[in-house]
Design a protein around this ligand. Structure first.
Ligand SMILES: Cc1cc2nc3c(=O)[nH]c(=O)nc-3n(C[C@H](O)[C@H](O)[C@H](O)COP(=O)(O)O)c2cc1C
Length: 193
């Protein structure tokens, strides 16, 4: 089993990457593979179509997802938002019913509003949202700061364990013959009379 993580920072190996790496190590301890994809440059330098196409190709083989972003002005980065806007349009069907988690990194404030915005994507796509022992955030301006955030490190480790547990439960359910719910049958309305 594999978890696809998207790092929406403009810094490839910064705080968000550090947080996601802690989750990756925790997943590995539970026998789950993962990959961290850096999208921070391709989202805005003219490569977005190729970036979304590459992610779309990775979606099929992923069993779970983690969307990570630094806090910019109390929100996720524009980079992760444009990537997720495009990816959920292009590959939402391939992510449906697969679990997801969100992660935020900040110097000080804006983490919960950032996590709320990130969680909106899986929440509209029938994806179980995996939580941790606290809202999944780390604090710092540098990777070293993040590693000193003892509670943040612990939260990331728990997130990895919880994601591994949910993935194994879903797999066990599938082996036991529990089918996914069918696609929704209701009509979409664009207005209310
Ligand atoms: C444009 C910009 C806006 C930021 N806004 C905030 C903010 O609103 N609140 C905060 O605590 N930190 C803010 N920061 C700091 C980053 O969120 C913080 O350093 C984060 O851990 C960086 O993660 P990264 O290394 O993965 O990019 C901002 C940084 C930048 C570059």
């Amino acid at each position: 089993m594999k978890v696809l993580m998207i790092n929406g920072s403009r810094r490839e190996k910064g705080c968000t990457y550090t947080a996601l790496s802690i989750v990756a190590d925790s997943l590995k301890e539970e026998g789950i593979d993962s990959e961290i994809v850096f999208v921070g440059k391709d989202a805005t330098n003219g490569n977005i179509d190729a970036c979304v196409a590459n992610l779309k190709a990775s979606v099929a083989s992923a069993d779970g997802f983690i969307f990570g972003s630094p806090v910019y002005y109390a929100s996720p980065t524009g980079e992760i938002e444009i990537i997720l806007d495009r990816l959920f349009s292009a590959a939402g069907a391939g992510m449906r019913h697969k679990p997801a988690a969100v992660v935020a990194s900040a110097r000080r404030a804006g983490t919960t509003s950032t996590l709320d915005a990130l969680a909106k994507y899986p929440a509209i796509n029938e994806m179980p949202i995996v939580s941790s022992s606290y809202w999944p955030m780390v604090h710092g301006n540098t990777p070293d700061d993040v590693l000193k955030d003892e509670e943040g490190v612990g939260i990331m480790k728990e997130l990895g364990k919880n994601m591994a547990w949910i993935l194994k439960c879903i797999d066990a359910g599938r082996m036991a013959g529990i089918a996914e719910p069918a696609k929704p049958q209701y009509s979409k309305t664009n207005f209310i009379r």
